[in-house]
Design a protein around this ligand. Structure first.
Ligand code: HEC
Length: 390
């Protein structure tokens, strides 16, 4: 009960104590006993409501000197800090940071995630429970729930499109591991617009081996795209988006460097958190070439994975398995199924530069397609420069 009391609004405790004194002091034994029995429950009943004043008090005592009473980074001690703390009430910044990362920073100090060591670690002075309570208070500074929470920003698979709107630059290379040489590189730039939308630009570089063994390469196709998260629910751990990409035939298709047609790709994407750090990402898309000689294709891509750390507050490693099913809709539909195991690892402490390495194995009609290897290097540029946070 003492623990429950600590987290309770002092005003509420005072009120209950006053009641207790009056009823018990006035010799109303039954009411006094009933109230005494009810008291612990009253204090425990609304942990959320009770936690807030406690979180506010902890924040005022331990954090406000630098972060300011309202979290906007203007505390009296902030003047001497470089960099200064960011505005914790700025939803564009705050909501994309998952609790796990903030807990790591608050427990271990800024350097645990490649931030300023002037952000002290409180792991030795405050309990983990207190840190969670103070972070719950910090979460209240952002008042616009339109910004999806960073927990819904799941690790990017090699082939399945994410549902979360991103500020990222990604360079992906997919190459044949057998058969004739064939390499496709893709530069992708993604820019978030407002809380839930994103624009993107992609450009391919291609190289392939000719029958005589020589190599031929050059610039490929260019794509523009957009995405909008039309639903997100942190409590249920899910986010749903709709988007499209339009590939423009800038690559020379006669030399095998492009698609040879505008290709429209509308899609739906779903991200779902599962228990114990597991997650599922699903994308349903159509590939619709405007050149009617080329076949339309429907695809269903899914990535099942999990995130774990090797030590508390350490880097987050995410193995995933993608399943890619494709139906080509020409002259009787043909069905292709591929599996792509892979693992994503952060390269730096801030974890905003990441690598994913995997392979894509054809399962059906394997004789028509080669096993491919895939690698990407990802830079979440909103979180800092490429060379920051190592
Ligand atoms: C001595 C000053 C100081 C105190 C005290 C302090 N902080 Fe910080 N905090 C900082 C600075 C400076 C940064 C910015 C680090 C950077 O951007 O490199 C920061 C950053 C943060 C961040 C953002 C990390 C991110 O993802 O960018 C959070 C969250 C945070 N502090 C929470 C807290 C909480 C909660 C407390 C109290 C328990 C606290 N801080 C106490 C100075 C302080």
């Amino acid at each position: 009960m003492d623990e429950a009391r600590e987290k309770t609004d002092p005003a509420q405790t005072e009120l209950l104590d006053g009641l207790l004194e009056r009823l018990c002091g006035a010799g109303r034994a039954v009411q006094c006993a009933a109230l005494a029995l009810a008291l612990p429950w009253a204090l425990l009943a609304a942990p959320g409501a009770a936690a807030e004043p406690h979180g506010a008090a902890l924040f005022a005592a331990h954090c406000a000197a630098c972060h300011g009473a309202g979290g906007s980074g203007d505390g009296p001690a902030a003047a001497g800090l470089d960099p200064k703390p960011r505005d914790l009430g700025d939803c564009a910044f705050a909501n994309r940071e998952p609790d796990a990362d903030w807990l790591a920073v608050v427990h271990e100090g800024g350097s645990a995630r490649g931030f300023s060591p002037l952000m002290p670690g409180f792991g030795a002075s405050l309990s983990r429970e207190d840190l969670e309570v103070v972070l719950a208070h910090v979460r209240r500074f952002c008042r616009d729930s339109d910004w999806p929470r960073g927990e819904l920003n799941l690790p990017r698979p090699l082939f399945t499109e994410k549902a979360f709107p991103e500020d990222e630059a990604v360079f992906t290379t997919v190459a044949n591991a057998e058969g004739d040489g064939d390499v496709v590189g893709e530069f992708l730039f993604e820019k978030r617009i407002g809380p839930r939308s994103q624009l993107e630009l992609a450009y391919e570089l291609r190289a392939r081996e000719e029958p005589d063994g020589s190599w031929l390469g050059g610039g490929g196709d260019l794509a523009i795209g957009a995405k909008h998260a039309f639903h997100h629910d942190f409590e249920r751990g899910r986010i749903l988006s709709a988007g499209f990409e339009a590939w423009l035939p800038t690559g020379d298709d006669e030399r095998g460097l492009g698609r040879g047609s505008v290709v429209l790709e509308p899609y739906l994407a779903w991200g779902q958190l599962l228990p114990r750090g597991a997650f599922l990402q699903v994308q349903a898309l159509a590939e619709l070439p405007t050149d009617r000689d080329l076949a339309d294709e429907l695809q269903l891509r899914a990535a099942l994975g999990g995130s774990f750390t090797l030590r508390p507050f350490g880097r987050i490693i995410s193995p995933m398995l993608e399943v890619i099913a494709a139906w080509e809709l020409a002259g009787g539909s043909t069905f292709k199924l591929d599996l792509a195991p892979q693992v994503q690892i952060p390269l730096n402490r801030r974890q905003h530069v990441r690598l994913n390495v995997g392979a894509r194995f054809p399962v059906t009609r394997a004789e028509e397609r080669d096993t491919r290897v895939g690698v990407y290097l990802l830079w979440d540029w909103y979180d800092g420069g490429f060379l920051e946070g190592w």
